[in-house]
Design a protein around this ligand. Structure first.
Ligand code: SF4
Length: 711
């Protein structure tokens, strides 16, 4: 890709789903270590962040050079050292493995696990290769661990995926409910926007936080409900009960725009404040306070992220949030609505491009015959090429490897050997797969340890493409640095393999702009219509929100969805969903009496492949700390600053103890960042179980039963 002329390059930050705009300034001179470090600062022209940036975005320039993979590497067995090989040999190995697996096991023997770090173009070509050319729907992405409950929730309630709100809604709401989200640390710039408004307009904004743990987010709250882990849905039903009782129902909206109200009212009637108080472990008065505030509010926005989604009742809880907004008419207008905060920078773009095992591009489904036919036509493939059933989600891919049913597992731009649950089982399963391919920018990740073939990937800053942030805003991220060595963009690797497999026409892309043009056209007429966008338009006019159909003027995308009160369901009405809480997948018991919950630190990003390199980011939290309530510390013989072993039914890890009353009694906390390759290794996800939401298949990474002891 051509490098830009001198001057700052504008791009979306490659970390969290807030999707702030960055201005990247070229290095004046190499550092003492000889590195050409680009400097990042907030882009004042980016409408989503208006020049704000957090410490991760501000230091991203320091992470782009070190520890990079520069050439394909191969080893026949994982107990052998890697040997450098050229791309020609790498493609020959890939092609041979694909053909052999297709012959022996059929398309189901091939699976890919991609990433919300992909650009949309990477996602699109990967899907076209796996679901189109190879006929396997086994393409899933790490969004499965992040947002799939939100996707399922929107689809069930509204008839389509698509967050209905925008960031401006936070400036206009008078109540913001943050449930299952430590926004201050995980989506910092958005939280700072909220905080700034709170400081200026104290009386006009109430912040309510629902989280078993006191965090930097709850520190800013007017009301903090420290519920027992796994009781979010009961809390939401209890809130509904009080809205019914206190006249908080918008009858006109319910009658015109929803269905299922009677069943929901019946369910809510059983969740009295007394019942909810006992179930959730909070004061009845706190629930009443929240209900009174909601009923009196002119605008309520509910923000949520992993604390809701990573649960066996993730989709049901998302529906529980949406139910409240629908019944009270808090939706489709400024300052009101249910708003999922995306974890990864481009999980949204992935959803648009069909980047989960059930999806096809343009918010289409593999199980819909009409959708398959549309995509087959668009891709120039014969009728019936795309398989009619959902592909394997990531945990189903692990189970398939356990059965010896996968001949090729291709992991790209993600590090599942830290981020998946039950890591010992994952390692054992993957060992049964004869060929594990890893496309990665960095050397030495935990996942490289289980790979046979490693492909050096060009990363953000080295390849051009788009990302979509949580408010549906699409930003062009240009290539402003050259990739190191032989590293190539992911989309170009997938396209090259497609051509070598005989799909010349389908993968004849000369640039990522051409990839985007093909993808954008496929979205015409869908809710996520981006057909009016192009790399050229985004370059000239800056980031744009979708829907953006052909003919939309720059800046004319829709800030909100569902403003008419009509929804893309068969009846045109949103569905009110009535489901009883199930509780935790693995509740505590006599042997494992505590609930372990995991989360993130402000300065670190997921599995630390980038942020772990920056000294400045390691200073505030140089090691993982086990947070324990004083009463639990006393009961288990732990002391502040001592070492503890944390064990579950699946394994044990050790960590330094932080005794604090900021964690709810009966619950302990570990950060999820430190994998086996880190000096301070503490594989928190090794302890987690693999039960997931039956609808979204999102694993319950937020809670597992554990015990602790000094060591
Ligand atoms: Fe990047 Fe998120 Fe920080 Fe914004 S808030 S600079 S998107 S990490």
């Amino acid at each position: 890709a051509p490098l830009p002329a001198d001057g700052p390059a504008r791009a979306q930050c490659p970390y969290c789903g807030v999707g702030c705009g960055l201005e990247m300034k070229p290095p004046a001179a190499p550092t003492a270590a000889g590195e050409a470090v680009w400097t990042a600062r907030g882009d004042r022209h980016h409408p989503s962040s208006l020049g704000q940036v957090c410490v991760k975005g501000a230091t991203v320039g320091e992470t782009l050079h070190r520890n990079r993979l520069t050439t394909p590497l191969y080893r026949p067995r994982t107990d052998q050292p890697f040997e450098p090989i050229g791309w020609e040999r790498a493609f020959a190995l890939l092609e041979e493995r694909v053909r052999r697996t297709l012959a022996a096991q059929g398309p189901e023997g091939i699976a890919m696990y991609g990433s919300g770090q992909f650009l949309t173009e990477d996602y699109y070509v990967a899907n076209k290769l796996i679901k189109g050319a190879l006929g396997s729907n086994n393409f899933d992405a790490n969004s499965r661990l992040c947002m799939s409950s939100a996707v399922s929730g929107y689809m069930r309630s509204f008839g389509s995926d698509g967050p209905p709100c925008c960031y401006d809604d936070l400036d206009q709401a008078d109540t913001v409910l943050l449930i299952g989200t430590n926004t201050a640390e995980c989506h910092p710039v958005l939280f700072q926007r909220l905080l700034k408004r709170k400081r200026k307009q104290k009386q006009d904004l109430q912040i309510v936080v629902v989280d078993p743990r006191a965090t930097a987010t709850s520190d800013a709250a007017d009301l903090h409900l420290a519920i027992r882990p796994g009781t979010d849905l009961a809390l939401l039903h209890g809130l509904g009960h009080l809205l019914l009782e206190q006249g908080g129902v918008n009858r006109a909206y319910v009658e015109a725009s929803t269905e299922g109200f009677e069943a929901l009212a019946e369910l809510w009637s059983g969740w009295t404040p007394e019942t909810v108080s006992l179930f959730c472990g909070i004061e009845e008065q706190q629930l009443r306070q929240l209900a009174a505030r909601w009923a009196a509010s002119t605008g309520v926005v509910s923000l949520w992220s992993m604390g809701v989604n990573q649960s066996v009742e993730g989709t049901a809880t998302v529906a529980g949030i949406i139910n409240l907004h629908l019944v009270s008419g808090q939706l489709g207008r400024p300052g009101a609505g249910p708003f999922s905060l995306t974890g990864q920078p481009n999980a949204m773009g992935g959803r648009e491009a069909g980047g989960l095992a059930r999806l096809l591009p343009g918010y289409r489904s593999v199980t819909d015959a009409g959708h398959r036919a549309e995509i087959e036509r668009h891709w120039g493939l014969g009728p019936g090429t795309i398989a009619p059933t959902s592909g394997l989600t990531v945990w189903e891919q692990i189970e398939a490897m356990e059965r010896g049913a996968l001949g090729l597992w291709w992991v790209a731009a993600t590090n599942p050997l830290v981020s998946l649950p039950w890591l010992d089982r994952v390692r054992a399963a993957v060992a049964r797969c004869p060929m594990v391919v890893l496309s990665e920018a960095y050397a030495g990740t935990e996942t490289a340890a289980i790979a046979h073939l490693v492909l050096p990937a060009a990363q953000w800053s080295e390849k051009a493409g788009v990302m979509t942030n949580s408010e549906r805003r699409v930003t062009l991220c240009p290539a402003f640095r050259a990739p190191p060595g032989e590293a190539r963009p992911d989309w170009a690797i997938f396209a090259e393999l497609g051509r070598r497999l005989g799909f010349e026409e389908q993968f004849r892309f000369g640039s990522s702009a051409e990839v985007f043009a093909e993808f954008a056209a496929i979205t015409a007429g869908r809710l996520c219509d981006l057909s009016g966008l192009s790399h050229g338009l985004l370059q000239e006019h800056g980031p744009q929100q979708w829907p953006f159909p052909v003919g939309t003027p720059p800046g004319g995308g829709a800030p909100r969805l569902h403003t008419s009160g009509r929804f893309p369901t068969a009846s045109g009405r949103a569905r009110l969903i009535s489901e009883q809480p199930m509780g935790l997948g693995e509740p505590p018991d006599g042997d494992y009496p505590l609930v372990l919950t995991v989360g993130r630190y402000l300065e670190q990003w997921h599995t630390m492949t980038r942020t772990g390199q920056v000294e400045r980011l390691l200073r505030p939290h140089g090691q993982p700390l086990l947070e324990v309530h004083p009463a639990d510390a006393r009961d288990h013989g732990l002391v502040d600053g001592g070492q503890a072993e944390v064990s579950s039914r699946r394994g044990a890890v050790t960590a330094r103890v932080l005794v604090t009353d900021r964690i709810r009694q009966g619950t302990v906390f570990l950060p999820m960042h430190w994998g086996a390759a880190q000096e301070q290794a503490c594989e928190a996800n090794r302890l987690m179980h693999a039960l997931g939401c039956p609808i979204s298949q999102q694993p319950e990474l937020k809670a597992a039963a554990v015990t602790v002891r000094p060591c």
